[in-house]
Design a protein around this ligand. Structure first.
Ligand SMILES: Cc1cc2nc3c(=O)[nH]c(=O)nc-3n(C[C@H](O)[C@H](O)[C@H](O)COP(=O)(O)O)c2cc1C
Length: 172
């Protein structure tokens, strides 16, 4: 059953505990398609997606040994493709490519939750080591690893800062 968009945004949690159940590659492809529906600067889509199922132990080592990477049946490494954006936008293209990739990450997390899967955004990793493991070309930077699986347990909402403390109407 598909869920309402606002509920998906509210209910999505970082899932780190997965069932021992494989994910159909068709679903992974779909998640990436939804990732790439995210906006991008000049619609250049300066992002690439590396799907990892076999090198997870190496990736986990590059990510402070985080168990979530080993335990997830699939890890999608979302990368910023700097040359794809910089060709048009010069120096600013670096920032745009990072934003293009990051927007895709959030779409994938929401799509994952919508389809009844669970995922965790993993950002704590050694960028150079991950680039070596995945043999990324020059200018392609790993931005986030998304560990994905069928959820075994879903953690409680860790809460948010009261939004009134974050809003600055018109000026700081
Ligand atoms: C940039 C970024 C980096 C993150 N890195 C990690 C990480 O390395 N390991 C991890 O377990 N969770 C990581 N998270 C997930 C956060 O811990 C999580 O989103 C936060 O605690 C709020 O929980 P929620 O996603 O369930 O709302 C990261 C999230 C973001 C946005």
């Amino acid at each position: 059953m598909q869920k309402d968009c606002l509920n998906v945004i509210r209910e999505r949690r970082s899932v780190r505990d997965f069932l021992d159940k494989k994910i159909d590659p068709i679903i992974i492809r779909k998640l990436i398609e939804y990732g790439n529906y995210a906006p991008s600067a000049g619609n250049l889509q300066a992002r690439d997606f590396v799907v990892v199922t076999t090198k997870k132990d190496e990736l986990a080592d590059a990510a402070l040994g985080q168990k979530v990477i080993k335990d997830a049946p699939v890890v999608i490494v979302v990368c910023a493709n700097i040359p794809r954006s910089s060709r048009k936008y010069g120096k600013r293209g670096t920032l745009y490519a990072i934003q293009d990739a990051t927007a895709a990450v959030q779409n994938i997390l929401l799509a994952t939750h919508t389809l009844g899967l669970g995922a965790c955004w993993v950002g704590a990793f050694d960028e150079r080591r991950v680039s070596e493991i995945l043999e990324l070309p020059d200018g392609v930077i790993p931005i986030a690893m998304i560990a994905i699986g069928y959820p075994k347990t879903i953690p409680p909402n860790p809460g948010r800062i009261e939004v009134e403390k974050l809003i600055h109407w018109g000026k700081w």
